[in-house]
Structures are given as C-alpha cells and as structure tokens.
Design a binder for this molecule. Structure first.
Ligand code: FCB
Length: 453
C-alpha cells in the first residue's frame, strides 16, 4: 500500500488516514453510506403502524434491554442534518429504506404523511447532490401482516408488490436505484430458522417457505416497479465467507451447505431461476406446492446486484437434523458483534458471484462496516483499519476485472442494531441517544479527506 504523509491533529498526534483516495478508484465509482428506516427514523413519529419488530421487542429476552425503534436517531425530524453529514463527507449516494408500516400502517392502507416524509427526504438528497438508492423493505413488516402469517404465506409477497407500486408512483422518477428487499437470507433464514430476528420462529418448514416467498416478493416487486417505469432495479443479498472449521471432509461439507443456504440460494434464484441442488435437497419437502412455477417471476432481470459483507464463518457438522451445520468462534481480533474480521472473504465472494452468477451485471458492495464502541480520534482506528482492508479487497477485485461499481459504508449513524439494541455502534457518526447529538468520528473525518483527494 502506498504510504501517505502523516497529518497531525490538534494535540500533535498523527491523524489516521485511509491508504486510498477517491482517484484510486475508477471514474464514476459510487461511494455511499447506508441506514435503514426502523433503525434510525423513530417509528413512534408520523403515524407509522406497529411492526413485528415492535412486537418482538416486547417479548422478554428477544432484544437487548427490551429496546426498540420508537425513537432511534429521531431521523424523522433530524433528516436535514443527517443528509448534510452525508454530503459533507463527500459521499455520492445515500442508501436508505422505506418503512412499509410508515407508508401503510396496516400493510395495506396508505398513510399520506408517510409518503410525504420520503418525498421530502428524496428531494433533500437531490438538493444536496446525493443519489437516492432505495430499498423498499428493510425488515419492519407491519404487525397486521405478520399476524396473518408473515413471510410464510403467499399473501405477503403480493402485498409488498402493492407497496412497490405506491412507492414507484410517488418517488420512482427521482430514485437512482431501487432494490425490493434488504438481505433475503436474514428475512427468511435468520428470522424463521435461527429465530434471532422478528418474528423469532425456529422451524425448518417455516424457514423454507420464507426462503421461497421472499424471493417471490423480490420478483413481483421488480415487475411492479418496471410496470411503473422505474429504472435501475437490483437486489441486495448478504453473504458470509464460509470456511471449514478444520480439515475434515465433514467440515468441508458443512461449509458448502452453509455457503449454499447463505450465498448461493438467492443469487441462483434471482440470476438463473434455479435453486442450488444441494440446498434444494433439504428444503424441497417444505416448499409450497407448485413452487417451481414461480421461478420465472423470481428471476426477473436485474440491472445490478448488491452484496452486503461483514464477516466469515467457520463451520462443522452438528446434530441429526438437516442442515447439520454449526459455526465455531473464529480467532481474534473480533468486532464488537463478536464477528471475525476477514476482508479476503469479500474479495473471494465478489469474484465468485461475478464468475458463477452475475457475469457482466454491475456489482455494488451495498453494506460493509464494523461495530466498535470507540469514537474518539485514535480509538476509532479499528474501524478505519477494517474499512481500509475491505476497500483494498474491492480495489483488487476491480483490478481483476470484477465489474464493481460502488461501495457503501454501514452505517452513517450509530443506530438500533436489531436484537442487540443500541450499544453496537456501526456509525461513521456517533449518536448520543440521550441528546441526539451527532459527532463525526475519526473514521468519518478520514473518509472525508480520502474522498476529497
Ligand atoms: C446487516 C443489516 C443492517 C445492519 C448490519 C450490521 O445485516 O442489513 O441493518 O444490521 O447488518
């Protein structure tokens, strides 16, 4: 890596810098920051309806300290300041999400105030020269729909497509890009098999149905958006680099299964219209009747494909019930989430996804970042190092011919980190949740310098 002159801060200490600058990336490469609606907006404001996360947070032991998104970062009122922060970092785009329950409190009926909020927000981005990258669904299912079966029933994909039409008619002419669903694996598997996220189900059959219906929702939404003339449509999938925990054949099999459920199921369905055989063997008995007829809808063309990447996982076989996979802790240093830091996994997954699934379709890193409790200048070094190592992987992948067109930092702000509540801090900007004061961290300042060069 190129060494850069050290700059000094007010105390005379060396300021931390990224090892790259904007001009090291191809012309037009998009640098973005991401958030999501329920994690920052303050769901108590603006007439939003209850979601399955509000319900989940009320169940003792499900969410740390019983925290929820009622106030979060009060972005609902403070969005102009937050958009200023994105602009002042020199970023090009803002990846945000619309809250289904804000726009349709019961999942069906439109709340005009909810749509007006996103209308103001999108105009605010354009006024600041920021490209709006929208995600329709980042996990806050309206409670009314959750009580009707949520992602385990076919009605939900159809209702989400209605939301897509409503959003398209109001915002579609001003969006830079749109993806229907953030991280289908989390919506389906993490929430219905592991039960770590709302609704907290732990049932293989429910998980299998959700693995299908979330994909169907993706396809139906793409059709609805295209019918309204919305351009530049994509998908956002999370991926974890799967490694065998040891050199046994069983652990290798476990890693392949984990890779299939996590990293190949949705790309296979979205890009090729097929589920991977090794995973279908386990899930097919639980899929809804006639599932194969949906594959054509699920595999609507995408204009781009996004990967959210944070960590790797070390797997071995476990238990009598398919998929017999368990992960073992990785070596330190770990992030504040307990996640192993494995930047090489990003490079490998970018190359593999392009080679096996997406071809020439533009790729984006749609989330990457780390939870770290520190925010003073030098203690934020771990976040700078983490981001630096991952951006280096992104550059290497581009040099190898991967059509990577952009990179997105998770997250702009410290926020509600789902089941782990507010003390997992992913922000480039610190949030004091008592006063709602925003304070840029050393990583934010280093980013602003790198993007200005
Ligand atoms: C991703 C989610 C995002 C945030 C980060 C840390 O899986 O998309 O909302 O929770 O992880």
């Amino acid at each position: 890596m190129r060494s850069r002159p050290r700059r000094l801060d007010r105390t005379g200490a060396a300021m931390t810098e990224f090892s790259w600058k904007r001009s090291d990336f191809p012309e037009g490469f998009v640098f973005a920051a991401a958030t999501s609606a329920y994690q920052i907006e303050g769901h108590a404001f603006g007439g939003a309806g209850r979601t399955h996360w509000d319900r989940f947070a009320e169940i003792p032991g499900k969410v740390a300290r019983g925290e929820n998104g009622a106030v979060a970062c009060d972005h609902y009122h403070r969005w102009p300041e937050d958009l200023d922060l994105i602009r002042d970092a020199g970023l090009d785009a803002y990846r945000f999400s619309t809250s289904w329950a804000r726009i349709m409190p019961d999942g069906v009926t439109v709340n005009p105030d909810g749509l007006d909020f996103y209308d103001r927000l999108v105009d605010g981005m354009l006024e600041r020269g920021l490209r709006p990258m929208a995600t329709l669904y980042h996990w806050e299912l309206p409670e009314a729909l959750s009580l009707r079966g949520g992602w385990t029933v076919r009605e939900i994909p159809e209702r989400l497509a209605d939301l897509a039409t409503v959003v398209a008619r109001r915002l579609g002419d001003r969006l830079y890009s749109t993806a229907p669903i953030n991280e289908p694996w989390c919506v389906a598997w993490l929430s219905h098999y592991h039960g770590d996220h709302a609704p907290g189900t732990t049932d293989l059959g429910a998980a299998a149905r959700a693995m299908h219906y979330v994909g169907l929702a993706h396809g139906l939404c793409l059709s609805a958006l295209r019918a309204e003339g919305v351009a530049n449509l994509g998908a956002v999938c999370n991926m974890e680099y799967a490694l065998p925990a040891d050199d046994s054949a069983d652990s290798e099999t476990a890693a392949q299964l984990y890779d299939g459920i996590y990293n190949r199921w949705f790309p296979g369905a979205f890009l090729q219209g097929v589920y991977p055989d090794d995973i279908l063997a386990g899930l097919e008995p639980h899929l809804p009747e006639g599932w194969a007829r949906d594959m054509e809808v699920i595999s609507q063309p995408v204009d781009w494909f996004g990967i959210n990447y944070y960590t790797c996982r070390r797997l071995r076989q476990d238990g009598p019930v398919w998929p017999h996979v368990i992960d073992v802790p990785g070596p330190p240093p770990l992030t504040d989430m307990g996640w192993e830091i494995a930047p090489e996994g990003l490079g490998r997954l970018l190359r593999r996804t392009a080679r096996d699934f997406t071809g020439d379709t533009p790729l984006f890193v749609t989330e990457n970042g780390m939870a770290s409790p520190h925010y003073d200048d030098r203690p934020d070094q771990p976040r700078i190092d983490y981001l630096d190592a991952h951006l280096r992987q992104a550059r290497d992948a581009i040099a190898d011919g991967v059509p990577l067109r952009g990179y997105t930092f998770w997250s702009l702000l410290d926020n509600f980190e789902w089941a782990l509540g507010y003390d997992k801090r992913f922000g480039l900007v610190h949030v004091d949740f008592e006063t709602q004061t925003r304070t840029p961290k050393a990583s934010y300042r280093a980013l602003a310098r790198a993007l200005a060069d």
